[in-house]
Design a protein around this ligand. Structure first.
Ligand code: ADP
Ligand code: MG
Length: 689
């Protein structure tokens, strides 16, 4: 390990052929050391035995072929773009390669040169075009031994052949290490999971002798990355558990039993299971750290309600934190309905209390006169003190930063913590990101729910869509209209909502009472509108995404989403979840004129799938993990080689392996160093809390 550390940290100039100029170029790729070069994995491979002829290229596919340059030209488009065009030919036909604003290309190549071209093929009626392909001189290519050639993610100023030469040097140096010192995984894991050693793997990932070797190398490195990650998380979790003696709740007594017996419905199997898991955690001395995932409308609130009652039964206070005032109020009411009849005292703490009322309430909470406090961010302010906090529940956790959650948790000694989310996180993602939390899942919806009929429509059908909405209002139902998401600012978004509101309330909806809701309104104004909608006085609510989360108005049956193309799948699903909450058949209509293939696909998926978990998996595949939530915000580490969509099986294996190994402190320390080395600060921020 020590030698590996040295190799990892040996300056890249150590290699032959790297002077200051090349070092600077490599630095731009984030490569400063020999180790980083070794871990700069190929983006893909070229299989020389597998090149196609131009005539065989398939439209839309990423293909590689070899051809001769027969013409190079540069022209200027009417919009001032410089376009370089290279025409190439092989025995079967001709293809056109194009670059925009990359004039240097034309100086690098000459007619008569033989090149290897890789890129996405566009077949037109009379031509074959490839936009911005990767190209390389066939001569450089030939210099490499082997049939499968690595292609690295690079910038244009370092040629592939040079990266290959340098990497080969690095691999050779790496091979001079004793096998055991180059290794990062315990021997038992290697043999138990049938993995090749690290030296073999790092060699074969760059210079595979054949496809089988490549697959074995990739599997080993993916496993390694995920295994070390899981070890790190397991380690953190254990550390946290040892560190803290939490609250040991007693098994259910009279109060909890009475409340459960009085519930207005029977819990579904998943609800019961989840509740059991939560109770078991609460009855344990180590503090609960549990994530409760359940699709919109799956009935998470009632679970939280019983858990909160349990802490009260044990003489503690409970807190429920919601992301918006509207939602906090709503939770307060549903909790009060179930708990107040049993003598539990509840209060709601939001930003809109008067100073005096707030002071009074804080005093009450501090003295223990209040059993359960429901609130927004207002709950985490410094002056809020509890007498004895036993359980903290946060709803819709993706709206809260880790920081805020930690702040609330710090208000009690070591309260149990339950985090609820309605954004179903694919299992693979949950394992990677929330490896330190235990996860419970409610998959089953309460009985009798009908799927929400969903349609995607272009704006030339807008009249019909709104006519349908009017029909529903005539029948006594209520509707939502959501305005396009505008990223720039709340203000612009509000303006667009006002415009749509003005239009609808003077045309289609002129005979009905309409309400407007957007992010620029004061909390009190929003509340007035929301209560009027909940009470049925407002028939049509025109809103921005402020209504995305949690609102429950069972009489609302139509959700119209303007500019639906601006939303991601997860968000569309959340919005759709605002309807279909009562006995009436409900509809969701997605308005969009986008012809973008991916968008069309996303909207089509919405019309076919009602299950939030399946949608989330699709979303992950359509947009990639980085886009899924926004990497920075959620601190999902950028994995180096593992792909949590493709590599689920390896992830599960690695996780099992990590749970089964008993790691020595020295080994864990090494793991930790490696993780820091790989993921840096970003990683510690997310996982070390
Ligand atoms: P979410 O998981 O989105 O927070 P809620 O807790 O708001 O869902 O529940 C949605 C609706 O379903 C509520 O009106 C709730 O009373 C009802 N509900 C929850 N569980 C059941 C059940 N087991 N049977 C019937 N209705 C249920
Ligand atoms: Mg909810």
């Amino acid at each position: 390990m020590i030698i590996i550390q040295k190799l990892w940290t040996a300056k890249i100039q150590f290699l032959k052929g790297v002077g200051p100029a090349n070092a600077a170029k490599l630095a731009k790729l984030g490569i400063f050391t020999v180790g980083q070069l070794l871990e700069h994995y190929p983006r893909r491979y070229e299989d020389r035995s597998n090149h196609k002829l131009i005539a065989e290229l398939t439209d839309g596919l990423y293909e590689t072929f070899r051809a001769l340059i027969i013409n190079i030209s540069e022209l200027k488009s009417h919009r001032g773009l410089r376009i370089v065009k290279i025409t190439v030919r092989d025995q079967s036909g001709v293809a056109q390669l194009t670059w925009f604003n990359q004039s240097y290309i034309k100086n690098k190549y000459k007619t008569g040169m033989e090149i290897i071209i890789s890129g996405k093929v566009q077949r037109r009626l009379h031509s074959i075009e490839i936009n911005k392909p990767d190209i390389e001189l066939a001569a450089d290519f030939n210099a490499d031994a082997g049939q499968i050639i690595p292609v690295y993610p690079v910038m244009e100023n370092i040629p592939q052949w040079q990266l290959r030469t340098l990497t080969r040097q690095a691999v050779e140096i790496f091979h001079t290490l004793p096998v055991s010192e180059a290794e990062t995984l315990p021997q038992a894991i290697l043999s138990g999971y049938n993995l090749i050693n690290r030296q073999q793997a790092l060699t074969a990932i760059h210079f595979p002798r054949n496809r089988e070797m490549l697959a074995a190398a990739r599997r080993r490195l993916v496993f390694e990355e995920l295994y070390l990650l899981q070890c790190g998380l397991t380690y953190l979790k254990q550390k946290n558990k040892h560190k803290s003696q939490g609250i040991k709740h007693a098994p259910d007594g009279k109060l909890v039993t009475a409340i459960e017996n009085k519930l207005p419905f029977t819990l579904t199997g998943d609800q019961q299971q989840t509740l059991q898991e939560i109770k078991a955690d609460m009855e344990d001395i180590t503090p609960m750290q549990r994530l409760l995932q359940g699709d919109v409308g799956s009935g998470k609130t009632v679970i939280a309600t019983v858990a909160l009652a349990k802490t009260v039964e044990n003489g503690y206070q409970g807190a429920l934190m919601a992301p918006t005032e509207i939602l906090a109020e709503q939770h307060y009411h549903s909790l009060a309905r179930l708990l107040a009849p049993h003598g539990i005292k509840l209060a709601v703490l939001t930003g809109k209390l008067t100073r005096k009322a707030r002071d009074q309430l804080l005093c009450h909470i501090k003295e223990g006169g209040i059993d359960i406090v429901v609130g927004t961010h207002a709950l985490i302010q410094a002056d809020v003190e509890f007498k004895q906090l036993g359980l903290v529940v946060t709803d819709e956790q993706h709206r809260f930063g880790v920081q805020q959650r930690a702040q609330l948790e710090a208000k009690g000694g070591q309260p149990d913590v339950l985090v609820m989310t309605a954004t179903p996180i694919p299992r693979t993602m949950a394992l990677t990101v929330y490896g330190d939390l235990d996860v419970s899942v409610i998959r089953e919806l309460p009985p009798g729910r009908q799927p929400i009929a969903t349609y995607a429509r272009a704006s030339n059908r807008r009249d019909k869509v709104y006519a349908f909405a009017v029909e529903q209002m005539k029948a006594g139902r209520q509707i939502y209209v959501v305005c396009p998401l505008i990223e720039e600012s709340d203000k612009v978004e509000a303006q667009s909502a006002i415009k749509i509101y003005d239009e609808l309330s003077s045309t289609f909806f002129k005979d009905y009472n309409c309400g407007l809701l957007h992010g620029k309104m004061k909390p009190q104004e929003k509340d007035v509108i929301m209560s009027a909608f909940a009470g049925g006085e407002i028939k049509a609510l025109i809103a921005t995404t402020v209504i995305e989360v949690g609102v429950n108005v069972p009489n609302a049956t139509v959700m119209i989403i303007e500019g639906a193309d601006r939303f991601g799948l997860a968000q569309l699903h959340q919005l759709r979840g605002r309807v279909g909450r009562g006995e009436h058949k409900s509809y969701c209509i997605l308005l969009s004129d986008s012809t973008n293939q991916e968008t069309v696909e996303r909207l089509r998926v919405m019309t076919e799938i009602n299950d939030g978990f399946i949608l989330a998996e699709k979303d992950l595949i359509l947009r990639g993990p980085g886009q899924f939530f926004g990497t920075a915000q959620h601190g999902i580490p950028d994995l180096k080689i593992a792909d949590i969509i493709r590599d689920t099986d390896i992830l599960l294996e690695a996780r099992r392996a990590a749970q089964q190994t008993v790691c020595t402190p020295e080994y864990l320390n090494r793991v930790w160093q490696t993780l820091l080395h790989w993921f840096g600060e970003n990683f510690t921020m997310v996982f070390c809390r």
